[in-house]
Design a protein around this ligand. Structure first.
Ligand code: ADP
Ligand code: MG
Length: 680
């Protein structure tokens, strides 16, 4: 029965019930035309034959050729979903998974979440009916936990393989392994760049299918001297293109949400003064945390006479194709995670991109006609300072998460795991040590009961440990709220430029008694809940209602997982020490002590760090703190900070801290208590 629901005529019947039947039909027809005009279309039969003949196939094609949106549809049309099995397609990025699924559901004329769905962390938009499933690579990794042979899939497409995220790299090893005993499973490895040989080699010389791209020449312009401020240079370049260049949209590559918002604001301001002679400039931001309804805006056709400028993170490099781009502005930077295995610290840093990235970025301007790329760096920089390729994430990350996942999949021998590029052994050892200190592993390196519980949560081990530990401190209710709020990221508080003082005051209200940022987040959540999740309340308190709704969603799911691991949901709101101890149980690695200079020093592997100015404790400077994460901007900052009693470290993490680590050698000079006179 399921199969008949999926055949094309049936959909048209479904559509026919809609009042605007003919409009819907022409829309579908138009989309079918577009499908046929994609570079991949002439190779449809050949591709299907190659897939039929080989279990594993590497597919290479320019961005925009139709790999992501078309391949799964071809497979469906060719019968790979007949017996109700799914075609799964992984994406390194959340936004890409959602956006591509939405597009494919349109092309198939079905409702998103029905036959075509997506699954990303904390959001499952699939149903019983789903046969084409787009998902983040991390989600497929989690599916191995419940279905180690991936029996519900007939095809797995590991897309954007060139991105080499940790999850994709681990998936390579896992799917290669199951392909050996599931001969009926097809594996597609698809990539936008030409280092396909490496993928082929890894998958036992799997054949490579190249989709010839259509590419138009791209004129590359460099700056003559290095730019001191690439933000400013980007703005000037966009405006210059806008007033001097023929029609065509602009794509600017930026490093993150904050930068995008800044430029968005400045561009809006500057174009206001341009007068009516200059065409309208539509500004469309796109980044991971952008609300879904705004994401769709980048794909809307630009109105006649106007020009669109898309302000994007790396997501637009290969994951998303935006039609109509003729100009690319490339400042040459991206934010990447870097990890120091010696100190065990992970930080997001703005780094120069690789040459491979620079070429991809330039290529985005020449998809539908000749394009121009403005690199905001010199030709000399390009030749001499950029690396050829980006280092795979697995070689520059904290691996505690990966190790925990692999252990819970029963893979103990990490040294012999089939990695395409193995992580540094130092990082593996560090991860094992960290998991041991968290009590997730025993001294033989085996998963403990706590470790097994932690693995159920789709969170970093430190956060999952904090949640598991809340059982002991009888405050699981509060801790899941905090975990959910932390998982939303830094978009809870709204701070418009013209109302910063009001916004900051509103924020301090949640911080009464210098409770610390974690408890402040809890206060925000609890107060919102008290108002019955009022939107008005959010406005009045400079809180982003969207982020709060997301936090509520995540919280619900975490609560479900608590039940699954049989942790009782109990509330202990007045015992702040209990809550802080639970936090410490997860984050004791992140302890720092105040120095005479007013800066902090991390306790183990000493490093100088500072409280982020946005923290409620930024003026207070407690002697001992625990932080959620480090961000490096002008300084190394701790974000989300809470005061701590040093004896907790020894009590909670005896594997990690000894008394000597927390003894206060300077206690004679700096009396305990709230005085903090030494600081002024
Ligand atoms: P590839 O995976 O090879 O880079 P895609 O399958 O993502 O190519 O894109 C093929 C075409 O589909 C692109 O030309 C793009 O215009 C269109 N497309 C993809 N996603 C969307 C979307 N969300 N909205 C509108 N068009 C889209
Ligand atoms: Mg793609």
């Amino acid at each position: 029965i399921k199969a008949s629901v999926l055949d094309g005529t049936q959909h048209e019947d479904e559509m026919a019930e809609e009042p605007n039947d003919s409009a819907a039909k022409t829309m579908l027809e138009k989309l079918q035309e577009e499908r046929k005009s994609l570079p991949i279309y002439p190779y449809r039969e050949e591709l299907l034959k190659a897939i039929n003949d080989h279990q594993i196939l590497v597919i290479v094609g320019e961005t925009g050729s139709g790999k992501t949106t078309q391949m799964p549809q071809y497979l469906h049309e060719a019968g790979y979903t007949k017996d109700g099995k799914m075609v799964g397609c992984t994406q390194p990025r959340r936004v890409a998974a959602m956006s591509v699924a939405a597009r494919v559901s349109q092309e198939m004329g079905v409702k998103l979440g029905h036959e075509v769905g997506y699954s990303i962390r904390f959001e499952d938009c699939t149903s019983e009916k789903t046969i084409l499933k787009y998902m983040t690579d991390g989600m497929l990794l989690r599916e191995f936990l419940s279905e180690p042979d991936l029996a519900s899939y007939s095809v797995i497409m590991i897309d954007e393989a060139h991105e080499r995220t940790i999850s994709t790299d681990i998936l390579f090893g896992l799917v290669k392994d199951i392909a050996r005993f599931r001969k009926d499973l097809k594996l597609l490895i698809s990539s936008a760049t030409l280092d396909a040989e490496k993928f082929s080699d890894f998958f036992d010389s799997a054949p490579i299918f190249k989709i010839p791209g259509r590419r138009y020449p791209v004129d590359i312009h460099y700056t003559t001297a290095p730019e001191a401020d690439y933000i400013d240079a980007a703005i000037v370049t966009v405006l210059q293109i806008h007033v001097t260049q023929p029609p065509g949209d602009i794509l600017v590559f930026l490093t993150g949400q904050e930068e995008i918002e800044t430029i968005d604001e400045i561009l809006k301001h500057r174009t206001r003064g341009l007068g009516t002679k200059i065409a309208e400039l539509m500004i469309c931001p796109i980044y991971a945390n952008l609300p879904t309804e705004l994401q769709a805006k980048i794909f809307e056709p630009t109105p006649e006479g106007a020009r669109k400028v898309v302000l994007a993170t790396n997501i637009a490099e290969t994951s998303l194709t935006i039609d109509g781009i003729k100009y690319v502005v490339d400042p040459g930077f991206c934010k990447i995670k870097s990890y120091n295995p010696r100190t065990g610290m992970e930080s997001l840093l703005v780094n120069p991109i690789s040459k491979a990235s620079a070429m991809q970025r330039a290529g985005r301007s020449g998809r539908t006609g000749p394009g121009k790329c403005f690199r905001l760096y010199t030709a000399y920089n390009y030749e001499n300072d950029l690396d050829e390729n980006t280092v795979p994430e697995i070689q520059r990350s904290n691996l505690a998460n990966v190790v925990l996942s692999l252990k819970s999949l029963g893979i103990h021998d990490l040294v012999n795991f089939d990695f395409m590029d193995p992580p540094p052994s130092e990082a593996v050892i560090k991860a094992l040590e960290q998991l041991y200190a968290l009590n997730a592993l025993n001294s033989r390196g085996e998963l403990t009961k706590i470790g097994r519980m932690m693995a159920e949560f789709p969170l970093d081990p430190m956060l999952s440990k904090m949640i598991v530990a809340s059982d002991k401190y009888k405050c699981s209710e509060e801790i899941v709220s905090i975990a959910a709020m932390l998982s939303v990221g830094n978009s809870i508080f709204y701070r418009p430029k013209d109302k910063q003082v009001h916004a900051d005051n509103a924020r301090l209200n949640f911080h009464t008694g210098n409770v610390g940022d974690h408890i402040a987040l809890l206060n925000v959540y609890a107060s919102w809940k008290e108002t019955n999740f009022s939107t008005q309340w959010c406005y009045e308190n400079y809180i982003q209602v969207r982020s709060m709704k997301r936090a509520r969603d995540i919280r619900d799911q975490l609560e479900g997982l608590l039940e699954k691991v049989e942790i009782e949901i109990v509330s202990n709101p007045s015992n702040l020490d209990a809550i802080k101890k639970a936090i410490t149980s997860g984050f004791f690695h992140h302890a720092a002590r105040l120095q005479k200079t007013g800066a902090y020093r991390t306790v183990k592997n000493p490093q100088t760090v500072h409280i982020h100015p946005s923290s409620g404790l930024a003026q207070e400077l407690p002697r001992w703190v625990i932080y959620h994460e480090l961000v490096l901007t002008t300084k190394e900052y701790m974000r989300q900070v809470t005061e701590l009693k040093p004896d907790w470290l020894v009590e909670i993490a005896p594997h990690y801290y000894q008394l000597k680590d927390v003894e206060d050698s300077s206690s004679k000079k700096m009396p305990r208590g709230p005085g903090r006179a030494a600081m002024s």
